[in-house]
Ligand binder design. Structure first.
Ligand code: FES
Length: 115
């Protein structure tokens, strides 16, 4: 069994080799956005491998992701399988969510300045 860590949730879980990232995440109650049911067509389940290792990209991943994306560690969580090595992946933050978070942080800072 290897250790899989999923950010930004910070969940750490034990995984068996050959398990898809999306299955592993689901079993740890981490939601990875997806719409196609794991058929590699929506591309919503992209994750970034930050450390460690996964099985080599599948033929579907090679077809759907550019060489550049694969080289920077981007994988499809519905296709990428675990191996017997620890791995750390990050679910990219939704752009709208990050804009709202930045606005809320700025608003909180302004309120602190007024006090
Ligand atoms: S779940 Fe749709 S591409 Fe992975």
């Amino acid at each position: 069994m290897a250790k899989l860590t999923i950010w930004p949730a910070g969940k750490v879980m034990k995984v068996r080799p050959g398990q898809s990232l999306i299955q592993a995440a689901r079993s740890a109650r981490v939601v990875i956005p997806q719409r196609c049911g794991g058929h590699a067509s929506c591309l919503m389940c992209k994750v970034v491998v930050e450390e460690g290792e996964l099985a080599p990209p599948t033929a579907l991943e090679r077809r759907k992701l550019s060489e550049e994306a694969l080289a920077t560690g981007i994988r499809l969580a519905c296709q990428a399988k675990t191996v017997d090595r620890d791995c750390v992946v990050r679910i990219p933050e939704n752009k709208l969510k990050s804009v709202i978070a930045a606005a809320l942080k700025r608003q909180a800072a302004e309120q602190d300045d007024e006090l």
